[in-house]
Design a protein around this ligand. Structure first.
Ligand SMILES: [Zn+2]
Length: 312
């Protein structure tokens, strides 16, 4: 079962040398979730052979153009691909007006339903859920209202057949234990669901934090994720500009990753003023242990993790 991130665009501010601005697609069990939608996202979906009709939800961090200007084009084009599946779009206040105005003025034909959800909460909140994933959104610290996202794989449960026979569970009761509900069995005994079902694998998780100034409040929201994508627009030589422009340095991204205990840090959104990426790895690596740079076309797979087995 897949949990894979494809980096479609990693540039800050402007498309540059054929690369586009922020866009990523996360494949969880063959359903897709798009994170941000910079200008040119459609072209990159095609280039990297992403099956766009499998996109179930689009999660937008904020309304700066380099994170959202690809959205009206992407939504409009779905109709050319005979899309009928509803599309969920989640983002900060203004996302509805931005998209609906573009679609209305351009008289776009949309042959499927759009479920647009505007966020305005503080703290961490579950904003989307389906059979594969639950998505939490949490505020970042930028010039405009911005949210980070954490995608948690849903736990796939194993049913213990011996226990089903032992307790003579009915199909309805099996359904209940799968929904983590304790059941009253024939003997009158109450059996906890944990006795009958157990997780097949440890759930995997991915977090997306861009754009943001150094903001330690996110540590609780991204704690323990397998992979954290964090913006690193600057190196520490431009610390002052990072603060003024509400962006992070590579060192600050490293500090967040270390405090949150993430297994892998991925840096992106580097300013085009920098030609070398090695200093970003070095700076973040002073704090975090596993650091890499996102590059266009990179596919990062998070392997399935076995649950612990008690043998004796
Ligand atoms: Zn921004």
């Amino acid at each position: 079962m897949k949990f894979e991130i494809t980096y479609l665009g990693v540039q800050a501010a402007l498309p540059h040398r054929g690369g586009i601005t922020t866009s990523q697609v996360v494949n969880i069990h063959e359903d897709l979730y798009l994170l941000d939608c910079g200008e040119g996202t459609q072209m990159k979906l095609e280039q990297w052979h992403v099956r766009r009709n499998r996109i179930k939800a689009v999660l937008i961090s904020h309304l700066h153009g380099d994170h959202v200007f690809g959205l009206p084009g992407l939504v409009t084009s779905f109709s050319h691909f005979q899309r009928t599946l509803p599309l969920v779009i989640i983002g900060p206040p203004g996302i509805r007006e931005f998209l609906c105005t573009s679609l209305r003025i351009s008289e776009a034909y949309i042959g499927f339903s759009l479920d647009i959800r505007e966020l305005s909460h503080d703290g961490t909140l579950c904003v989307y859920e389906d059979k594969n994933v639950s998505v939490c959104a949490f505020p970042l610290h930028h010039r405009v209202r911005t949210y980070g996202y954490r995608l948690n794989e849903q736990v796939v449960l194993n049913v213990n057949r011996q226990k089903i026979e032992e307790y003579q569970l009915t199909p309805d009761q099996i359904r209940e234990v799968r929904q983590k509900i304790d059941v009253n069995v024939k003997s009158g005994q109450k059996v906890p669901w944990t006795e009958i079902v157990s997780p097949k694998h440890l759930p995997r998780s991915y977090a997306f934090c861009t754009d943001t100034a150094y903001f330690p409040d996110v540590v609780g929201s991204v704690g323990g994720v397998d992979v954290l994508y964090h913006e690193a627009t600057y190196l520490s030589d431009m610390q002052l500009q990072a603060v003024e422009r509400f962006h992070s340095t590579a060192a600050e991204a490293g500090r967040i990753a270390a405090a949150a205990g993430v297994a892998q840090l991925v840096l992106g959104h580097m300013s085009s003023r920098y030609f070398q990426h090695l200093p970003f790895l070095e700076e973040a690596g002073m704090y975090a242990s596993n650091v890499m740079i996102a590059s266009e076309g990179l596919v990062l797979a998070i392997p399935q993790k076995k649950t612990y087995q008690i043998l004796h």
